[in-house]
Design a protein around this ligand. Structure first.
Ligand SMILES: Nc1ncnc2c1ncn2[C@@H]1O[C@H](COP(=O)(O)OP(=O)(O)OP(=O)(O)O)[C@@H](O)[C@H]1O
Length: 602
């Protein structure tokens, strides 16, 4: 064959600068594209062999990647179907260039390149991101004359005959001066490790096979043991703690999706540990930024999702608009809910033990996804200060009789810091009220979501009001004080209580004389803002506390009877400080003085 030269028939002189600039922002993915092509070519050959259309020896099919620093080349060699000169013209010149042409035409009218990137079959041409010349030396499985194609990234190419004895394709990249970083073995092995770790055909680099061609998500769950799942988790996250449990995804309608999602253990002071689920398309790694594919609240999960229905060259806006991606998203939510329900039904004790971690997902899910609440309401658990867990129905049943207020609302009490709120919890216990523990950063939002879902139910922190007002049953005790005396008490406490509001109440005589409470509404709003990461609008405002004075306590009567004004003031201060102390709010110089006074008085 005479060397054939040609011009690729598109008008634009040089398309590559544009492709280089816009098609892929990440130059390293040239290797992903070329290795994927080599895998495709090898799998096509295996398929032909299995259909009886190729009866030669398959032989060793390992794909080899090598770097020659001196020659400044990177070579990707496969033993796949190969191409003859006609194939090259058809698949490399025409098809890819028609893709390029289409790309350019769209690019002209669409300044937002994000919208069009990733929709064109231009994988092979990503080679020109790093190479100034690309050479293809290939021999078809049909045992035809081997061919060599070379192109310098302009629209000119050349095809000649070449010597090649074995079947398959070598892609030789003559790396450009600005891309010499890719002539480094570490760099190449890092890229392969990232993108090719689970490719289905063996890939060899530097004398070693770098991939696991049969990862567990490609197998049937019935062929796998718990140990297999745990071992795969270690392979993905060598430094991770053992996962709590996992879900094997296997969907073939209305889209194709396989994968394994793991529930990790979550530490109490949880941090949103995103970017852990890895997205693959036919075992080719695409990204670990799964924002649009995995519902937000499940981005704390770990594992792998593989879907051929997700385009390889993904861009954010493209993913968001993709109908399949939306379906995948809701499918994953459903699967996760089903799995949690299954564990809850089959192993309630185990479920309760895992609740501290699992609860974070569930709560986040409820806060961020209405549909998830409907799926999860059966297994949402509430934990009380005795460490017992209840479902929403069970809890309502438990507290309904004793904790319904005069407006017919069931009031669920909670503490976010069991130690600090001990005085209030003790007071609630005296009434045989139950107190829940709500100590995760998400709880303010979680409680809000529950209030909007549950009928006639409200949540109040145990220190948000006086014990009688927390669950106001309308049974007010008579006050032992006259109106004048009440006024006097109020005045005395106003002197010591700064900006706080004095709230005089007729509580049982054995309740504390003073307690400092933080009204629920304002406090919860602040808590919610804090976790949402919005600037704390109210942060600058001192949060008004209420000072509840128990008019029926004997010390208040004593205070009124104290004739010496100084002694009266001192007792008022002491009582107020005791209230602060019980809330853990007495600190610094005030605390020191309190201790000194107390010591002096002993
Ligand atoms: N190593 C190879 N062996 C045999 N044929 C190949 C090889 N590499 C590329 N080809 C042929 O060239 C065509 C174009 O490759 P290119 O990567 O540009 O697009 P694609 O693989 O079809 O799509 P994608 O954009 O998903 O990569 C392939 O479809 C294939 O027919």
């Amino acid at each position: 064959m005479v060397a054939e030269k040609g011009t690729i028939s598109i008008n634009t002189e040089n398309i590559f600068p544009i492709i280089k600039k816009f098609l892929y922002s990440d130059h390293e993915i040239f290797l992903r594209e070329l290795v994927s092509n080599a895998v495709d070519a090898t799998q096509k050959l295996k398929k032909l062999a299995s259909m009886g259309e190729f009866d030669g020896e398959l032989g060793e099919l390992t794909i080899k990647v090598s770097v020659d620093k001196e020659a400044k080349t990177i070579t990707i060699s496969d033993k796949g179907i190969g191409m003859n000169a006609e194939d090259i013209k058809k698949y490399i010149n025409q098809i890819a260039f028609s893709g390029a042409k289409e790309f350019l035409e769209k690019y002209k009218d669409t300044p937002d390149t994000n919208q069009i990137i990733g929709q064109f079959g231009l994988g092979f041409y990503s080679a020109f991101m790093v190479a100034e010349n690309v050479e293809i030396i290939t021999k078809s499985f049909r045992d035809e004359t081997p061919a060599r194609w070379i192109c310098d990234g302009s629209t000119e190419f050349e095809i000649t005959e070449v010597e090649k004895t074995d079947r398959g394709t070598d892609i030789i990249l003559h790396v450009g001066a600005d891309s010499e970083e890719f002539l480094d073995n570490f760099r190449i092995s890092g890229i392969l490790e990232k993108y090719a770790k689970f490719l289905p055909i063996e890939i060899e680099f530097d004398g070693k096979v770098i991939n696991n061609p049969n990862p567990i998500w490609t197998k049937s769950p019935s062929d796998l043991t718990d140990e297999d799942y745990k071992a795969f988790y270690k392979e993905l996250y060598p430094f991770g703690e053992e996962p709590l449990f996992w879900i094997h995804l296997n969907v073939d309608y209305p889209f194709n999706l396989t994968g394994v999602l793991y529930f990790p253990k979550i530490k109490k002071d949880f941090q949103l540990n995103r970017d852990k689920v890895q997205l693959y398309s036919r075992q080719v790694f695409i990204t670990d930024d799964v924002k649009d594919v995995v519902p937000e609240f499940l981005q704390m999960l770990h594992g792998v999702i593989d879907s051929p229905d997700i385009p390889l060259n993904v861009s954010r806006s493209y993913l968001q608009a993709d109908g399949n991606v939306k379906k995948i998203n809701s499918h994953i939510t459903k699967k996760v809910a089903d799995k949690l329900q299954e564990i809850f039904r089959n192993d309630r004790t185990g479920f309760e033990e895992k609740w501290e971690s699992v609860g974070v997902f569930v709560k986040y899910g409820i806060v961020s996804d209405d549909k998830f609440y409907d799926r999860a309401k059966e297994f949402i658990l509430l934990k009380n200060t005795d460490g017992k867990h209840f479902t929403l129905d069970e809890y309502r049943e438990k507290v309904q009789t004793n904790q319904t207020n005069k407006e017919d609302q069931v009031v669920c009490l909670y503490a976010n810091d069991v130690n600090q709120q001990d005085a209030f919890i003790t007071s609630a216990r005296k009434r045989e009220y139950d107190v829940l523990v709500m100590d995760s950063p998400l709880d303010a939002h979680f409680i809000n979501a529950l209030e909007s879902k549950l009928e006639k139910t409200t949540f109040k922190r145990v220190d948000s009001d006086s014990i009688d007002k927390l669950i106001d049953k309308g049974l007010n005790l008579e006050s032992v004080l006259s109106d004048d005396e009440k006024k006097k008490v109020e005045e005395l406490f106003k002197e010591v209580a700064g900006n706080n509001t004095i709230q005089l109440e007729s509580l049982p005589a054995d309740e504390m004389p003073i307690s400092i409470v933080q009204p629920e509404f304002m406090r919860r709003w602040k808590d919610m803002q804090r976790i949402s990461g919005q600037g704390d609008m109210f942060g600058m405002m001192p949060m008004g506390n209420n000072v509840v004075v128990n008019a029926n306590h004997s010390l208040i009567s004593k205070l009124l009877k104290t004739e010496d004004t100084e002694a009266q003031k001192a007792l008022t201060k002491q009582l107020y400080d005791l209230g602060l102390l019980a809330q853990g709010m007495l600190t610094g110089a005030d605390l020191t003085k309190f201790v000194e006074r107390t010591v002096a008085g002993l």
